[in-house]
Design a protein around this ligand. Structure first.
Ligand code: DGJ
Length: 728
C-alpha cells in the first residue's frame, strides 16, 4: 500500500511487514526517511539538520548552514549539487558542464506494477501498486521519474528510473543508478557473492567501514566474478535473527553496486548499470530507462530475506509453462562426449537413460557447422548431418520415439573466425578499428547491439528449432566482452553499446519465447557466468556452474541460494573422477546434491555399474516424488559449508509444512568423531512427523529445537537424504 500525506510531503510504501518512507524536505529536495519494519507514522523527525564544516549549502538555503545535501539522506542523489558522497545520476549538460539539481515536482500512485519495455521487470499477478515520483532540474529541463513497485506479499520494493530530456538541446547521461538508499546510522556488514569460473557466488562478509566499496562487473555480462546481488546485514544478523537488506539487479550486463559510509556513519548504497564506458546521448524529447532493482528487508535474518527473493523470482520474475510445473529430468551429453559424438552415440546414451527413467535428452555443443572442437563453427547454425548421420529432425524423432523430450544447445551471441558467418560478415563481431580483437575460447562476440545481427541469428536458430521439434533450449555464452566498438552506432555514440548489447540479448530471448512458447529455455554462460534475476525473466533456470563436483557444488549452491530460488539452479549428476576436480564421490551423494536444483544427469549411463543403474532409477523416482517440495517449497540452509567443514546440510519444506526433505553430505571424516546434529526449521512445531522408511516419529518442535543426529554415514563425501511427513 502506498500513501501520500495530506500535505503531500510524506510518501510511504508499505509491504506486508516493511515500510519505506521518503519526505519532501526543505526547498523541495526529496529526502529518504526510513526503510525497515512496518511503522504507520511520519518518521521525518529522524532527519537532523546539522552544520558541518566543509559541507556546502545550496544557494536557496540562504545563509542556513544547517542545510546541506552533503549530510542529508536522499532518495536519488545527483552529481554536482554539493553532495560529495556517491551520486546516483551524473549528467553532462549541453554546455559541457557537469551537474544537475533535482527537486521534487509531483507524485502519483498507480494500480498494478509498472513494466519496463524491452527489459526484464518484476510483474504482479496479485495486489501491487506503483509509485511514480517526478523530480526535475529546472535549469536543464531534465525530468527524472523514480518508479517504485510495491510487492506486498514478498516484502519487496522494486525500483527503476526514467530520465527524460525536456529541453531543446541534447545532454549526455553518464551515470544512472537504478536505486539508491541511505541509512542514517548503524553497524552493518556487506555480504557479496564473488567467484570465478567453476566456483561462482561464494558469500563473503565484511564490515562496512568508512570509504567506498564497489562490487561490479565490467565484463559485459553479470559475470562469474561478482553477482549483481548483495546484502547489508547488521553485524549481529545470522541466518535466523537480525536485520538485513537485499539488493538484486534484474540485469545481465555490466553493473556497479556501491556501498559507502560517510564522515558521520551514514551508509549510502546504490546499484545499477556500470558507468564505465557508458555515455547515453539524450536528444530533446528522448528518455532513458534504467534496469530494475529489487530491494527487500528482513528482521528475521538472512533466511527470511532469501525466502522473499525466492518467492519474488519464482512467482513474479520467471515466466512460461515451466514456472511452477515440474521440469523434465534430463540427460546432457556434454561431459559424456564433449565434441566427440555421432547421432548413433547420442541415441545410445538416450536409450540407456530412457530405460532408467530420464525424460529428456539435451544435445549439447557440436551439432552444427564444422563444430568438432572449440575453434570452428560458431555462427553457422545449420545442422552437421554428416556428423549426426542424418537430419536433426530424425535424431529428435528417434529421441521422441523413446518417450523422451529433446533439447538443443545454442550459443547465439558468438562466432568463430573459422565460420561461414564470420567470412561473410567480419564486421558483425566486436572489433576496434585498426586493432585485432581479443579472442576468448577462440571465439569473438557478435554485435548484438545491431538489430540486423540479432535478426539473422534469430532466424537461423529458430529455423533449426522449428524443424527439429525441440522441447528445450540451453542458451550458452562462453566468453566476456572486449573490443567494444559497433560499426552500427554513430562514431560519437559508442558509450551506448554495452547496454544495447544486453537489450539485443533480451530481444533475442523475447522473440524465442514468442516463437516457442511451450519450450523451456535454460540459461548458461560457461556455467553460472550470467546468473542474475534479469536472465531468469527469460530462462527460468540457469546452469549453475561448469563445476559438477558434488562437494564444490554444496558451496556453490549454498551461495547461490541467498538471492535465487532452487528452481533457478540447473544441477546434474556427472561421472567420477569428476572432470573438474578429480574427486570421487558416490552416485548417491552426487544425486542428493544435484536434487538441490533442476535435476539431471551429465554422463554416459551405459558406463555405470548395474547397481548404480538401480540407484539412478530410484533417484529419478525420488526426485519426481519430491519435486514440488524442492521446486515450490521453502529452502533452508542448515549449515554454512564455508564455516562447518564437517557436514553440509539443507532442507526443503513443503508450503503447507506437511513434509520436509533433509539432506546432509559429509565433507570431512575423522577417527572417533563427535556426533553431528542438525536442527530443521520451518516445520509445524505441533505436528508429528514420521521419518520415512522407519517407525520413528518426532514432533516438529523436537526436530527444530532439539535437532536430530546425523547417522554414521561411513566417512567422507557420503550423503543422507530423509523425508519427514505428517501422516494424514
Ligand atoms: C559451457 C557450458 O557451461 C557447458 O555446460 C557446455 O555447454 C559447454 N559450454 C559447451 O561448449
Amino acid at each position: 500500500m502506498i500513501t501520500i500525506s495530506k500535505d503531500g510531503k510524506i510518501i510511504t510504501l508499505h509491504t506486508a511487514s516493511t515500510t519505506y518512507q521518503m519526505a519532501v524536505g526543505p526547498y523541495d529536495y526529496l529526502l529518504h526517511v526510513y526503510y525497515g519494519p512496518r511503522v504507520e507514522s511520519d518518521m521525518s523527525y529522524i532527519i537532523s539538520y546539522v552544520d558541518r564544516s566543509h559541507s556546502p549549502n545550496p544557494y536557496e538555503a540562504d545563509y542556513n548552514k544547517t542545510f546541506s545535501l552533503d549530510t542529508l539522506p536522499q532518495e536519488y542523489p545527483c552529481y554536482g549539487n554539493g553532495d560529495f558522497r556517491n551520486h546516483a545520476v551524473r549528467i553532462q549538460n549541453h554546455d559541457q558542464s557537469y551537474g544537475i539539481c533535482l527537486k521534487y515536482k509531483s507524485a502519483k500512485v498507480l494500480d498494478g506494477k509498472y513494466s519496463l519495455p524491452g527489459m526484464p521487470a518484476v510483474y504482479a499477478n496479485e495486489k501491487a501498486q506503483t509509485l511514480e515520483v517526478i523530480l526535475e532540474d529546472a535549469v536543464s529541463n531534465l525530468e527524472v521519474t523514480l518508479l517504485y513497485g510495491v510487492m506486498e506479499e514478498c516484502d519487496v520494493i522494486t525500483r527503476a528510473v526514467k530520465i527524460r530530456n525536456r529541453s531543446s538541446v541534447s545532454v549526455r547521461l553518464e551515470k544512472a543508478a537504478s536505486c539508491s538508499f541511505d541509512m542514517l546510522y548503524g553497524s552493518y556488514d556487506l555480504i557479496c557473492f564473488h567467484g570465478r569460473h567453476g566456483m561462482e557466488r561464494i558469500p563473503e562478509r565484511d564490515s562496512v567501514t568508512k570509504g567506498k566499496r564497489v562490487l561490479e562487473s565490467r565484463r559485459g555480462t553479470s559475470s562469474h566474478h561478482m553477482n549483481p546481488f548483495f546484502i547489508l546485514a547488521q553485524e549481529e544478523t545470522t541466518e535466523t535473527h537480525g536485520e538485513c537488506y537485499g539488493f538484486s539487479l534484474l540485469y545481465s550486463g555490466n553493473f556497479k553496486a556501491e556501498v559507502e559510509q560517510d564522515q558521520v556513519g551514514l551508509i549510502r548504497c546504490m546499484m545499477g548499470l556500470h558507468d564505465e564506458c557508458f555515455s547515453w546521448k539524450l536528444q530533446p524529447g528522448e528518455e532513458f530507462t534504467t534496469p530494475e532493482a529489487a530491494m527487500s528487508y528482513s528482521r528475521e535474518g538472512l533466511e527470511k530475506l532469501s525466502h522473499n527473493y525466492h518467492r519474488l523470482i519464482r512467482h513474479h520474475v520467471c515466466r512460461g509453462p515451466y514456472k511452477t510445473t515440474r521440469r523434465p529430468v534430463l540427460i546432457n551429453n556434454w561431459e559424456a562426449t564433449y565434441f566427440d559424438f555421432t547421432g548413433e552415440k547420442i541415441l545410445n546414451i538416450a536409450k540407456q537413460a530412457a530405460e532408467l527413467g530420464v525424460e529428456m535428452l539435451v544435445l549439447d555443443d557440436g551439432w552444427f557447422g564444422k563444430r568438432n572442437g572449440e575453434k570452428a563453427g560458431l555462427g553457422d547454425w545449420y545442422v552437421n548431418e554428416e556428423k549426426l548421420g542424418g537430419t536433426l529432425a530424425e535424431l529428435s524423432e528417434g529421441i521422441h520415439t523413446m518417450g523422451m523430450k529433446f533439447g538443443l544447445w545454442i550459443e547465439p551471441e558468438m562466432v568463430n573466425e573459422d565460420s561461414d558467418l564470420y567470412r561473410a560478415h567480419p564486421d558483425w563481431a566486436f572489433t576496434i578499428p585498426r586493432r585485432k580483437p581479443n579472442r576468448g575460447r577462440y571465439q569473438l562476440v557478435l554485435d548484438f547491439s545491431r538489430k540486423e545481427v540479432v535478426d539473422y541469428i534469430f532466424e537461423q536458430i529458430s529455423f533449426v528449432g522449428e524443424r527439429s521439434g525441440v522441447d528445450y533450449i540451453k542458451m550458452d555464452m562462453n566468453r566476456n566482452l572486449t573490443d567494444i566498438y559497433s560499426v552500427g552506432a554513430q562514431q560519437q555514440n559508442q558509450g551506448v553499446i554495452l547496454h544495447k548489447y544486453v537489450l539485443g540479448v533480451y530481444d533475442f530471448l523475447e522473440r524465442m519465447l514468442a516463437r516457442f512458447p511451450d519450450i523451456l529455455i535454460e540459461g548458461c554462460s560457461g556455467g553460472g557466468g550470467r546468473f542474475d534475476a534479469g536472465m531468469l525473466y527469460y530462462t527460468p533456470q540457469i546452469w549453475c556452474s561448469d563445476n559438477t563436483d558434488a562437494i564444490d557444488r554444496t558451496r556453490i549452491q549454498h551461495g547461490t541460494s541467498f538471492g535465487y530460488p532452487i528452481s533457478a539452479v540447473g544441477s546434474h549428476v556427472s561421472a567420477v573422477p569428476n572432470h573438474q576436480t578429480g574427486r570421487i564421490t558416490n552416485i548417491q551423494t552426487r544425486a542428493v546434491v544435484a536434487m538441490a536444483g533442476s535435476f539431471g544427469y551429465e554422463l554416459d549411463l551405459n558406463l555405470i555399474t548395474d547397481d548404480e543403474k538401480e540407484l539412478v532409477k530410484a533417484q529419478i523416482k525420488d526426485y519426481i516424488r519430491y519435486w514440488d517440495m524442492i521446486q515450490n517449497g521453502s529452502y533452508y540452509r542448515l549449515t554454512d559449508p564455508q564455516v562447518n567443514r564437517e557436514i553440509a546440510a539443507w532442507a526443503f519444506v513443503a508450503e503447507d509444512r506437511s513434509e520436509a526433505l533433509l539432506n546432509v553430505v559429509t565433507l570431512d571424516a575423522h577417527c572417533n568423531a563427535p556426533i553431528q546434529y542438525v536442527r530443521l526449521r520451518g516445520l509445524d512445531p505441533q505436528a508429528v512427523y514420521s521419518m520415512e522408511g522407519t517407525e520413528k516419529k518426532y514432533s516438529g518442535a523436537a526436530l527444530m529445537y532439539a535437532g536430530i543426529q546425523v547417522p554414521e554415514l561411513g566417512g567422507q563425501y557420503q550423503a543422507w537424504q530423509v523425508r519427514f511427513y505428517v501422516e494424514r
